[in-house]
Design a protein. Structure first.
Lengths: 115, 114
């Protein structure tokens, strides 16, 4: 596709449910990031993939959060036993290569509401 | 550790007036600096970035920013704003030599009024 695509656009979950958020990066992009954006805040880093390798998961807030990118393209962020504090917009971003100055392309995000 | 402070959460301004959105950062190592814009229901878009060289950086849509190392600032400016500039603006840093892991400020909401 022309840009980074995320689905679903909105997700409502009951507390305790598991959710899976999908990211389709731009075709051929090596780097993929997940960010969490709470209401009224800037995005916060969750995890980073270079191809299928998860090189940094230091931002994942708990072991309930899990991300994968098994074939180096599509990525899924899974949250188990969701809590109200997980409510946020989850952003995915990709770039063509790994160096720091590469332009990041962001998706429109998945807005997760945990009731 | 690195951090980014955006000094104004909201900036109201009239159309065709100049605007400055302030950003300060803290880091013990060299960083790259970025400004991103987020329009409603859209992903973040890169406005401009400072990697090295000239401290005055020009970006898209008539925006520019100046890197001031001594003041650890990277303020964003536009000489004449339009209604369409109404959006959320985020300042961010990433580590020199790293892999583009961005650390964002809390954002500044620019509201342009007719």
């Amino acid at each position: 596709g022309a840009g980074v695509s995320q689905s679903p656009r909105y997700k409502v979950a009951k507390r305790g449910q598991d959710v899976a958020l999908r990211c389709d990066p731009i075709s051929g992009h090596v780097s993929l990031f997940w960010y969490q954006q709470a209401l009224g805040q800037g995005p916060e880093f969750l995890t980073y993939f270079q191809n299928e390798a998860q090189l940094d998961k230091s931002g994942l807030p708990s072991d309930r959060f899990f991300a994968e990118r098994p074939e180096g393209s599509v990525s899924t962020l899974k949250i188990q036993r969701t809590q109200q504090e997980d409510s946020a917009v989850y952003l995915c971003a990709s770039s063509a290569r790994a160096p720091t100055n590469e332009k990041l392309f962001f998706g429109s995000g998945t807005q997760l509401s945990v009731l | 550790a690195q951090s980014v402070t955006q000094l104004d959460s909201q900036v109201p301004v009239f159309e065709e007036a100049p605007v400055e959105l302030r950003c300060n950062y803290s880091s013990s190592v060299s960083v790259y600096l970025f400004w991103y814009v987020q329009y409603p229901n859209q992903g973040l878009q890169l406005l401009l970035k400072y990697l090295s060289g000239s401290t005055l950086v020009k970006g898209i849509n008539g925006f520019e920013a100046e890197f001031n190392k001594s003041q650890t600032s990277f303020h964003l400016r536009k000489p004449s704003v339009h209604i369409s500039d109404t959006a959320e603006y985020f300042c961010a840093v990433s580590l020199y030599g790293g892999y583009n892991k961005l650390i964002f400020g809390a954002g500044t909401r620019l509201a342009v009024h007719p």
